[in-house]
Each structure stands twice: as C-alpha cells, then as structure tokens.
Design a protein around this ligand. Sequence first.
Ligand SMILES: *Cc1c(COP(=O)(O)O)cnc(C)c1O
Length: 223
Amino acid sequence: MVNTAAWQAISAELKDKNVILVAVSKTKPVSDIQALYDLGQRDFGENYVQELAEKQPVLPADIRWHYIGHLQSNKVKYIAPYVHMIHAVDSFKLLQEINKQAARHNRTIKVLLQLHIADEETKHGLNETGIIELLDYYEAQKAQLQNLEICGLMGMATFSDDEAKVRAEFARLHNTFKLVQQSYFMANPHFNTCSMGMSGDYKLAIEEGSTMVRIGSLLFGNR
Ligand SMILES: *Cc1c(COP(=O)(O)O)cnc(C)c1O
C-alpha cells in the first residue's frame, strides 16, 4: 500500500529545496507505482534487472527509470532501451558497456559514479582514488563515449543510528562531488547530481548537500 500522505509531504519538502525524489519501488507491485504516478511522481528506482524488465513495459512510457543497484556488465543490454539513469557505476568496463548498449539504441544514458562511503564491506563503489582513475580513463576516451553522460556521484551511508557518523559520510561524498565537478566538469551543466539519502537518513543527506534522494519504505511501506 502506498502512503499517499507521506508522498505529498516529502515531495513538497523536496521541491522547496530543489532536491529530486526517486521513489524506490523494488519488490513493490506495479499498482503501487501507478498510484504514485497518478499523484505526479515520475522518477522511480529499481535494483533488479529482471524485475525492472517486467515492470517497465506495463507502466507509462514517460516514467524516468533509475537503476540504483549494482549492475553487471552483461545485463546492461536488458535495460538500455529505456533506462534514464544508472546510479552505481564503479568500473570503466561497465561505463564502456553502457555506452555501447546506449549507442545501439541511439540514446544517451545518464550515469552516476558510486563512491564507497560506508563501513560495511557489502556496499559497492570506488574510493576517491578509484573515482579519479576512472575519470582519467574517461577523459582520455571521451570521443568514443558519446552515448553516456556522467551526471554526478552516488553513495550509501552506513546503516547506523550514529548521526555524526552518517553525516560525516555524506559530507565526504559531497566534498568529492564538488572536487570532481571543479576538476573535470567545470563547464558542464549536466554534472549536477549528488545522489545520497534514503528513508532513514534523507534529511541528513539534504543538509549535507544532496540533490537527489532515493526513498522506498517511507512511501511504499516496509519490504
Ligand atoms: C532500497 C534502496 C533504497 C531505498 O531504501 P529505503 O530505506 O527503503 O528508503 C535507496 N537506495 C538504494 C541503492 C537502495 O537499494
């Protein structure tokens, strides 16, 4: 069941602050997605390829689908015809494959690079050095990578009640976002996205400079 009141409150709050709301609909039925769509929500996030491939064809074509999970290179082809933004890119190989599949469909796919900011080993992503290395590769081969647009960084904080810790992790991501923007994308208006914050920590994330939050359970209930 969709929490309509929560959607209204959160989307009004975010609009005020110019923060984009991605409604994370993984494991939830298409009827729930349609219900939020009918209220005006257009950005939805999924993190399983199979599930997204089943939902996309039966939902409105103007939904902007965000792929927010860890994506294997060999699965890019399944979502390339329609995916709007891929959030968790952490290898040059994946970047090349996204470009290749986007080109096959004559599209440009937006991507975010994932910075690892949490303690937990299970969360994917690169450290700062890895991000810089990847961007240096990208700079060198940009002419062959015209079907993707690097729009910013994404990260997930440690799942913790320790507010200071979570805040410091978001600050680290936002600092790196600013640094990368200044070093590589100064004249590029597309590099404008710092994707951080989920149901439990989105307010902190916004205080630390988030421009895009990914919220699931507050809108759709627990999974
Ligand atoms: C599931 C998920 C979310 C949403 O989590 P909630 O706590 O339900 O808001 C956000 N980002 C990523 C990458 C996710 O996998």
